[in-house]
Design a protein around this ligand. Structure first.
Ligand SMILES: [Zn+2]
Length: 157
């Protein structure tokens, strides 16, 4: 069943990367691609590919990923032996819940991560997958993955 809530594993550093991107482009929406691994219905986020928002007007409420950016993301995914898992974007001064516009422009299977940025500060990150009939989004379970190994740990030994 694709309509089930599934696990999406993400490292804390990548959560921060999305949050920071959203804060930097505030009050406009940020966007980017999500690369990772899809295994038995679970998604493991490994890498982000930030894009400039190519929407020409109303970037406060809309984002646009061009076909060229999409191809770039696919190319990077192939080169890194990862899957193009989906896309992230921010909701300036709005909850991290997909809008009707998001639903109309989304594709089934892909993961949509949304970060809400309230008054310039990131507040909440949520992950969504569209049902196969495209009727609605199902919230996914975001699970923090441990960072490994911690690079500067040696200093404390
Ligand atoms: Zn949106």
């Amino acid at each position: 069943m694709t309509d089930d809530r599934k696990i999406v594993a993400i490292r804390e550093s990548l959560v921060r990367e999305i949050a920071l991107h959203g804060e930097q482009t505030f009050p406009e929406e940020c966007c980017g691609a999500i690369l990772g691994t899809y295994l038995d219905g679970e998604r493991f986020i490994r890498k982000l590919m930030p894009f400039p928002n190519e929407q020409e007007i109303n970037r406060e409420r809309r984002f646009l990923i061009t076909p060229e950016q999409y191809r770039e993301a696919e190319k990077l995914a192939r080169a890194e032996k990862l899957d193009l898992l989906g896309f992230y974007h921010s909701h300036p001064d709005h909850p991290a819940v997909p809008s009707e516009f998001d639903r109309e422009h989304a594709f089934p299977w892909f993961l949509y991560v949304i970060v809400s940025i309230m008054h310039g500060k990131s507040e909440k990150l949520m992950a969504w997958v569209l049902t196969e009939d495209r009727a609605r989004f199902v919230e996914q379970e975001l699970r923090a993955e441990m960072q490994s190994p911690i690079p500067h740990k040696k200093e404390h030994i």
